[in-house]
Ligand binder design. Structure first.
Ligand code: SF4
Length: 348
């Protein structure tokens, strides 16, 4: 009996990668999943800490997909290596700061390294020709295969019939006839396939796999780089904090991050040893952080902003506690800004 072939599937947590993996599993191939954590993933962060969409399950969809398929999932931390992809993408950015083509090449290349190290035979992705404007086009498919080094070890089961035969097809590890011919942006074929496979619960991410496709997130990242004198660098904490709160920059030297809800406030409290924190004591209100080097006047401005977002917004005076990273505290009294006193230009 021939040896069972092994494939690793890039699992984002969405429907396409789930269907791609299932298609190949159904042909008797041993499939395991791989998910790359860049720090920009939507999964398992904002979903988990924010109270909105309470009806939506708070789960890591990549893990959930693996569980549904009954396969192992390897979550690989690529935070450091991903910086060079984002900071200097050879193929440029998409509509926002999403370097999708370079990102795909990077991830498939990482998967290629992984299969070599782990004795697997080929790679599966859920890519569909024409599905995404930047990375999933007919002309990008060979670029990803070539520049990642995966070449014909990369199988895209959902659109394989429109692509040249890959090694797994030529060798008969998978039957090309049982692969698919999906193209375009419509999701109908995937929904039909899911129904046929008995899959009735899946994530439908609105804006792709990561925050880099989001206009407001990208604007905050550009602002962060500007505040670093144009150096496009970042740490994990920086990019995590860009996912929460209102970001308001009254002056070049500092910005204020104001939580929008309780869950965000609790998350931001975890940063009280890294930033100056503020909160109203005379009224209920949000948790806030000051990011930057500030003097007393800047702190006063920040406190007036934060007071604006609490229940004391119309009060003559709001008492605020200012907490330093070393744990020392002091109280100040401020008059909240009126809505029209905060210029639109301060909002990032
Ligand atoms: S949306 Fe984000 S994770 Fe997905 S390919 Fe683009 S840059 Fe990469």
């Amino acid at each position: 009996m021939s040896e069972q072939k092994k494939a690793v599937a890039l699992i984002s947590g969405g429907l396409d990668s789930m269907l791609a993996a299932k298609t190949v599993m159904d042909q008797g191939v041993h499939v395991e999943g791989i998910n790359f954590f860049t720090g920009f993933c939507v999964e398992g962060h904002t979903h988990a800490i924010r109270g909105q969409n309470k009806a939506k399950p708070k789960r890591n969809n990549a893990l959930w997909v693996a569980e549904q398929l009954g396969i192992k999932l390897h979550i690989v931390d690529v935070i450091e290596e991903y910086k060079k992809v984002l900071i200097n993408p050879k193929h440029g950015y998409g509509a926002h700061l999403n370097p999708c083509l370079d990102c795909k090449i990077f991830m498939v290349n990482k998967a290629k390294q992984w299969i070599s190290e782990n004795g697997f035979d080929f790679i599966i992705t859920g890519e569909v020709i024409g599905q995404r404007p930047m990375s999933q086009r007919k002309w990008t498919m060979p670029i990803i295969a070539e520049q990642s080094g995966a070449d014909d070890l990369l199988l895209r089961p959902l659109c394989a019939k429109y692509l040249p035969e890959t090694l797994p097809e030529r060798e008969g590890w998978v039957d090309r006839e049982k692969l698919h011919d999906i193209t375009g942006r419509s999701r109908k074929p995937q929904f039909a396939m899911a129904a046929a496979m008995g899959i009735d619960d899946f994530a439908q991410p609105a804006g792709g796999c990561c925050f880099l496709t989001d206009a407001s997130y990208s604007a905050k990242l550009v602002d962060l780089w500007k505040s670093h004198d144009g150096h496009k660098d970042y740490e994990l904490d920086d990019i995590m904090l860009l996912k929460v709160g209102r970001h308001i920059r009254p002056k070049q030297n500092f910005k204020v991050i104001v939580s929008r809800e309780e869950g965000e406030g609790r998350f931001m409290e975890g940063y009280k040893k890294d930033f100056i924190s503020l909160r109203a004591t005379s009224h209920t209100g949000p948790w806030a952080l000051i990011d930057g080097n500030v003097d007393a006047e800047d702190i006063y401005t920040a406190a007036r902003i934060v007071a604006r977002y609490g229940h004391g917004k119309d009060a003559e005076q709001v008492d605020m506690v200012i907490m330093q990273p070393d744990g020392s505290e002091r109280e100040i009294h401020v008059k909240p800004f009126a809505a029209d006193e905060i210029p639109q230009a301060w909002f990032i």
